[in-house]
Write a protein that binds this ligand. Structure first.
Ligand SMILES: Nc1ncnc2c1ncn2[C@@H]1O[C@H](COP(=O)(O)OP(=O)(O)OP(=O)(O)O)[C@@H](O)[C@H]1O
Ligand SMILES: [Mg+2]
Length: 252
């Protein structure tokens, strides 16, 4: 198991300030995020913990530009989410971000292999996709093999177990080699051994390609092995502050 012992650089890839998000249900307003402040540095693995229903998935969707915040600022790689035209936002997201959704969101009509290929189909125009078809298929197959599903490539989601669907979703999230990966309980449905394999895969990616990751998790091992852990409590981020430099401690 590879601990993320690699130093994380100073560059902040994602900065969130005062992020608020609420839902309207039957005329009532449910405030979920109440002023989230968070910095994620490039190359960092950040674990997000919190009670069920506290808003972790909501936070991930908002940080990954899949959903809009009601208020606040989300700046990714120097670009402010709210100030980008929708097309540019979608383009940037597709090229640089990968998502592992809590409930997978696989396309039911497609096989496991085709599901993994979807981000590449969105990224490349049909002509370009066709020209690289062999290479992209090989990559998708290799990703499925890495998550232990080399023998299930032709299965549709309903023909897969929960944990297998989760692993297809993980393979799909990596298809475009994203610089920034957002994972919502990526080991939530896996047995201990498979969860360990997924952790190893993600941590190795981080070590090899300095991929930045936010991982929402209840998996204690995953949280322990992240560079930093924060908690979402009452709609705000707690903990995970940088350790005070030694000189400041001495001054106290
Ligand atoms: N689309 C929606 N419309 C209305 N309420 C929603 C919606 N999505 C989430 N909620 C509510 O917002 C709160 C936060 O939901 P969210 O899914 O972000 O929690 P979570 O921390 O990810 O929980 P879990 O650990 O169970 O996955 C919950 O109380 C939920 O019922
Ligand atoms: Mg959730």
């Amino acid at each position: 198991m590879s601990d993320p012992t690699r130093e994380v650089g100073p560059k902040i890839l994602l900065r969130a300030r005062g992020v608020e998000k609420s839902y309207k249900v039957g005329g009532a307003k449910l405030e979920v995020l109440r002023g989230v402040d968070l910095d994620v540095r490039e190359g960092e693995i950040l674990a997000v913990l919190g009670k069920s229903g506290c808003g972790k998935s909501t936070l991930l969707h908002v940080l990954g530009w899949l959903d809009r915040a009601d208020r606040g600022e989300i700046v990714y790689d120097g670009r402010d989410h709210a100030k980008l035209p929708a097309s540019e936002r979608a383009h940037l997201r597709n090229r640089t971000m990968g998502f592992v959704f809590q409930f997978y969101h696989l396309l039911g009509e497609l096989t496991a292999l085709e599901n993994v290929l979807v981000p590449a189909m969105i990224r490349y125009r049909p002509g370009t996709f066709g020209a690289q078809k062999r290479e992209l298929h090989d990559r998708a197959k290799a990703l499925l093999a890495v998550v232990g599903l080399g023998h299930r490539m032709g299965h549709r989601p309903t023909q897969l177990s929960g944990g297998e669907r989760q692993r297809v979703a993980i393979a799909r999230s990596l298809m475009n080699q994203p610089r920034f990966l957002l994972c919502d309980e990526p080991t939530g449905n896996l047995d201990g051994r498979t969860a360990e394999d997924v952790r190893t895969l993600l941590w190795d990616l981080n070590a090899r390609s300095e991929q930045t990751m936010i991982v929402v998790t209840h998996d204690a091992k995953m949280a322990d092995q992240a560079h930093r852990t924060v908690h979402l409590v009452d709609g705000r981020i707690c903990g995970g502050e940088e350790e005070a430099p030694l000189v400041q401690e001495l001054e106290l």
